[in-house]
Design a protein around this ligand. Sequence first.
Ligand code: EPU
Length: 422
Amino acid sequence: MSSIEVIGKEQLKGELKIQGSKNAALPVIAATILNKGISILKNCPKILDVVHMVKILEELGCKTSWDENTLTVDSSMANITQISESSVIKMRSSILFLGAILGRFHEVTIAYPGGCSIGKRPINYHLNAIKKMNVTQEFSGEDNSIIHCYSDKIIGNDIFLESPSVGATQNVLLTAVFSEGVTRIFNAAREPEVTEVCNYLLEAGARICGKGTSFLVVEGVKRLNDVEFTLSPDRIVTGTYMAAVAATGGDVTFLNAPVNQITSTVRTLIKTGCEITSKDNTIRVKNTQRAKSLSLLKTEPYPGFPTDMQSQVMSVLCVADGKSIIIEDIFESRFQNVSDLVKMGALISIEQEGRKALITGVETLHGTEIYAKDLRGGAGLILAAMVAEGKSVVHDASYIERGYEDICRDLKTLGAKIRMIT
Ligand code: EPU
């Protein structure tokens, strides 16, 4: 695996254009199966997770091509309803093909995607919801890990999600597009990436009401059309680089930023002392002082503070003036970067079965060798390295490449001393 070398203590300055959104691209790529034709996806990030999803499309019989950041998918010839286990286990998001393939072919065989380093990540909400749409489910293989779903007629129903799961909401939407009748999703996730799937499907001719709310209504249609769709910029990449300015100080303007999707991150970073202004789709972050601590930061479903920004803000709080508390309420194992931060001199203790972190800000961290263990935790370690004294090497950087097109290029543009050392 590759490694990233960072020499800390450089302030960030300049302008940076934000890449397309990973978590919007992944479900929309799965959704391209449904339109039985051409989908042109603009502003699609060229990241490892997208590459995996595109490989699965090809496995299913789709034709795909790239022109810079435009991905074209022709799903007219797709004819396979089974995804190989080796492809599924490469990434959790492959589970989004469950609804898409089922919606189009009324049948799908897919392996259980398993847990991952940030938590157990079961798919019971997905399966319980889809079962209610006249879908039969059979399980086979070792640990019943192969799921076979089929239906002679997918029928819309009322779906009450126990918790507003992003993936379950997306899977129900995808299953419902060609269903008979009406599907109503209660307690739907309100994340912008759910809205993005709605927007793609609406553009292709689906009938969906309530996007952006926790109550979605899908009326089944007979077919979708070819579609050209521009993916939103990535709110977590934006937040990561904004947090980098909060950590190191500086003055950066982000271009093509998803200004209306990052309110909770903006509010949080203003509390740590940043001056943040926005105009049209640009956002400017200025910071000239040591970060202030936060008495309580709690991760929540959208529009609350995102779990995907928790590790990056933790790195800011490690060098803040005072004590902070973070409560991670979405995933079980999202404090995996703590041991490396402590190795760098951070003062952090973990309580409440790994849900609560108590952070006492120190004047500075010191550079050392550290290991990314997941995507966002890895990005958080890059930020810690940028604020640390001396040289750090962040190993296992391929975790970071799953979501950031080129974190070294981006931060280097802003003046960081950072490079990939393979
Ligand atoms: N959950 C269940 N059962 C289910 C589904 C979810 O118990 O059937 C639990 C999960 O274990 C978790 C919570 O519900 O504790 C929330 O999970 P959710 O389904 O909302 O998350 P997801 O769809 O698996 C997406 C993003 C994650 C992001 C979460 C929360 C994508 C591809 N992934 O995951 O992004 O953290 O929503 O916002 O959109 C990342 O980008 O680094 C990342 C992990």
